[in-house]
Design a protein around this ligand. Structure first.
Ligand code: CP
Ligand code: NVA
Length: 318
């Protein structure tokens, strides 16, 4: 069912802003359909014979597993590549690697460092490229978090999401999502770890409130979310960060300020006693395990969409 890719019309997913609200509406309902089908053990192979290349320049558990299992469940298969044992780690230009890998596979997922790397790769790829995390963005995770919210609580439009922690790839992706899907994002981080204003558009600022005090960010929020204080690639700053962020832990006291029906999410892996207390992540408002599982369903919908376009509920292309 996958359609041949037409050069110049290939859809990549390099950041959240790459898709429209209408496309997200489709993907959210398609994810629910695929998840339900998966739970009933029903076979669905729109990507029969298709190959996903997964390129990892950083560690991963969830991203690797969810993409690999996901393409398999859609009828295709995955090839895992990393920089340790391919020519990618020996200086082969990204542009050359993209030309070659995209001639042998149908879709590519990359986890790397700078966003410029994935952009250069996509510019030279004959097939769709998906961002599996860069220093700047983690769109598959935020799309999953939004699906998880919608599944539990209904539409996210008009809701308030509190981000407590680092101005990292997750935070900037949430900012793009708030603008695209029309909800409010409250951001709180310590001095010295604020958002880079140069990366925020005027439209993004309409959906963003920056709070010096994490309690102000969380007050009345419908979703409270955080992430590690030290992202991959920034390990040399770890000691400084542990000190700077110590008052930004999501605790039960902080959660008590949110809407009583608020959910807690974390993209994982988590550090209990640092960015979140054990009582919160293992507590009743936490949906982190459902959130982790949903990576599988969301990315199946995404891969299907990038290769097949929209498909009706009965299975035929729209
Ligand atoms: N949340 C996430 O992307 O997890 P991994 O680093 O395990 O892939
Ligand atoms: N912000 C974290 C997310 C890990 C899934 C990192 O980039 O390391």
């Amino acid at each position: 069912m996958a359609k041949p890719q037409v050069p110049g019309q290939i859809k990549h997913y390099l950041q959240f802003a790459d898709l429209t609200r209408a496309e997200y509406d489709y993907l959210l309902s398609r994810t629910a359909w695929l998840k339900e089908r998966f739970k009933r053990y029903e076979t669905w192979h729109p990507l029969h014979d298709r190959t996903l290349a997964m390129i990892f320049e950083k560690h991963s558990t969830r991203t690797r597993l969810s993409f690999e299992a996901g393409i398999h469940q859609l009828g295709g298969h995955a090839v895992y590549l990393n920089t340790r044992d391919t020519q990618l780690g020996r200086g082969e230009p990204v542009e050359d690697a993209a030309q070659v890998i995209s001639r042998m596979t149908d879709i590519i997922m990359i986890r790397t460092f700078g966003q410029d790397i994935i952009e250069r790769f996509a510019a030279n790829s004959r097939v769709p490229v998906i961002n599996g995390l860069t220093n700047e963005f983690h769109p598959c995770q935020v799309l999953t978090d939004i699906f998880t919210f919608v599944e539990a609580r209904g539409p996210i439009q008009g809701k308030t999401v509190a981000w407590v922690g680092d101005a990292n790839n997750m935070a900037y992706t949430w900012i793009q999502a708030a603008e695209c899907l029309d909800f409010q994002l409250r951001f709180s981080a310590p001095d010295g770890y604020q958002l880079d204003r140069a990366r925020l558009s005027g439209a993004a600022l309409n959906h963003l409130m920056i709070c010096a005090d994490p309690r102000d960010a969380v007050k009345g929020a419908d979703l409270v979310t955080t992430d590690v204080w030290t992202s991959m690639g920034y390990e040399d700053q770890n000691t400084m960060r542990m000190k700077a962020f110590k008052d930004w832990m999501v605790t039960e006291e902080l959660m008590a300020l949110a809407n009583p029906s608020a959910l807690f999410m974390h993209c994982l892996p988590a550090h209990r006693g640092e960015e979140v207390s054990a009582a919160v992540i293992d507590g009743p408002q936490s949906v982190v395990w459902e959130e982790a599982e949903n990576r599988l369903h969301v990315q199946k919908a995404l891969m299907e969409y990038l290769l097949c376009g929209q498909i009706s509920a009965t299975g035929s292309p729209v």
